[in-house]
Design a protein around this ligand. Structure first.
Ligand code: F0G
Length: 458
């Protein structure tokens, strides 16, 4: 018997109170934060959907393991546990711990990158692109065509364009390719999954031209769920077996354990090749820490070892994917325009379609982010021209391709009633949307402006 209601497959042992504020108070807080929710105090936020990264609730088994953390500088027992779990999952021989994903990226892409090198990905996440470009190399996104159509219902919109991959390798020369990076799931592309068939085709092209192939695997368990449910032949395999198969295709991986590691901090780099591992270990020791902790405490490594196993539990993954889809599908039925189908970790709203009267120069995504906070105390993030917009020579905005708002769902944190509340806030937003006005930027830094830019209402 299968029931319609998908319950949270856990019960609550410890609670963290939410701070309830009034709309009037929130108007004041948002004004003091210059209409930029990154500058809000989290204690003024009711439901925080800013990110799914590092925001997971840990299990009693993770907390119990943490008590047994071995804080030895070298050869820590906790490291050996974490290493064994990652070796079993990835099949890679060399594992390097790091304090989070971008530290692993800096080491790997800093080493393989440099001037004249080129990296290719279904979509580089911002920190991935930043680390590659910081090394002097170039990063090109080559998602499949269907990824560019937000409402098109296709099972694997996270895939890489194989034809474009081969064309880019030929154009830039195989010897200049620093690496090919398959991001699973594709975060910047709407949290959409990548099929095993695509991962195999990427491997075939990389093998043909002898270029290095890496997975950015921070949401690999969520991706495995989709492969199991959407790709023929994989329904008989476990989520972990599917992940293992995908890892076996690549030369290595970079992981931010803050997502599918179910922890608040941590990451790693893992590779098959000894000489690459040796070079990266040198960089690790210089900047992160000794090879058996890499900037992590023993207790954090214990939590990762347990989290990386729990994340593949079928009841957890079913709840995870279905509960994100529940929010997205309800909003979709209410007429909220969004990226469809719903991805694993977040719902991406099309703010330009929601507020057609707000021109992109007045940042419809930022307007929605502010409305969600003022009306409901919900924090979300703009992924549009505030984040990716540039200026031309005359100071005119070159807008981003889309004006999106991301509602990222922390793992195991919110219950269905929290989500029902979010849906209700959207009902409120729908009723008064014609009256909502855009914003202008009054102060901004040179790089990554979305974190600290100051806005004013128009
Ligand atoms: N790769 C992907 C696909 C990511 O989503 C992130 C982080 C990273 C790498 C970097 O990992 O934060 O541990 O250094 N994404 C977060 C987000 C920040 O909100 O999507 P990190």
């Amino acid at each position: 018997m299968s029931f319609k209601t998908i319950i949270e497959p856990f019960k609550i042992k410890e609670i963290e109170p939410l701070s309830v504020t009034t709309e009037e108070e929130r108007i004041g807080y948002l004004k003091s934060a210059h209409f930029n929710p990154f500058m809000l105090k989290s204690e003024h936020v009711l439901i925080d959907l800013l990110t799914d990264s590092g925001t997971s609730a840990m299990s009693s088994k993770q907390w119990a393991a943490m008590m047994d953390g071995d804080e030895a500088y070298a050869g820590s027992r906790s490291w050996l546990k974490m290493e064994a779990v990652i070796k079993d999952l990835t099949g890679y021989e060399y594992i390097l711990p790091t304090h989070q994903g971008r530290a692993a990226e800096r080491i790997l892409y800093g080493y393989l990158g440099g001037k004249g090198k080129v990296f290719l990905s279904n979509t580089h996440f911002d920190t991935t692109r930043a680390n590659i470009e910081f090394s002097g190399a170039e990063a090109f996104d080559i998602p499949v065509e269907e990824a560019k159509h937000p409402m098109l219902d296709r099972p694997f919109k996270g895939n890489m364009d194989i034809k474009a991959l081969e064309e880019h390798i030929i154009k830039y020369g195989a010897e200049n390719i620093g690496g090919v990076i398959l991001t699973v799931t594709n975060n910047s592309g709407g949290g959409q999954p990548v099929s095993m068939q695509n991962a195999i085709e990427v491997k075939n092209v990389c093998s043909k031209y002898k270029v290095k192939y890496f997975l950015d695997c921070c949401r690999i368990a969520e991706n495995s769920y989709y492969v199991n449910h959407r790709e023929k032949g994989y329904e008989v395999k476990t989520y972990k077996q599917i992940a293992q198969e995908m890892f076996s295709l690549a030369d290595g991986c970079v992981m931010s354990a803050k997502k599918d590691g179910l922890v608040n901090m941590g990451g790693f780099l893992a590779v098959k090749d000894k000489s690459l591992a040796d070079a990266c270990t040198n960089l690790l020791i210089i900047t992160e820490g000794f090879a058996t902790y890499g900037g992590l405490s023993g207790r954090s490594m214990e939590a990762i070892a347990v989290g990386l196993q729990e994340v593949f539990e079928p009841d957890y993954l079913k709840y995870r994917i279905r509960s994100t889809a529940y929010l997205g599908e309800k909003l979709y039925k209410m007429g909220v325009p969004l990226i469809y189908p719903i991805g694993g970790h977040a719902v991406y709203i099309d703010a330009k379609a929601f507020y057609p009267h707000i021109p992109v120069e007045e940042y419809p995504g930022q307007a929605m982010v502010c409305e969600l906070y003022t009306k409901g105390g919900i924090r979300s993030v703009e992924i549009g021209s505030v984040m990716f917009g540039k200026y031309d020579e005359d100071g005119k905005l070159i807008p981003a391709p889309n004006e999106l708002v991301r509602l990222a769902i922390p793992r195991r944190v919110y219950t269905q009633s929290h989500i029902e509340y979010v849906i209700e806030v959207f009902e409120l937003l729908l009723t008064g949307k014609e009256k909502v006005k855009g914003l202008k930027i009054v102060e901004e830094p040179e790089f990554l402006r979305h974190f600290t830019a100051k806005f004013d209402k128009i």
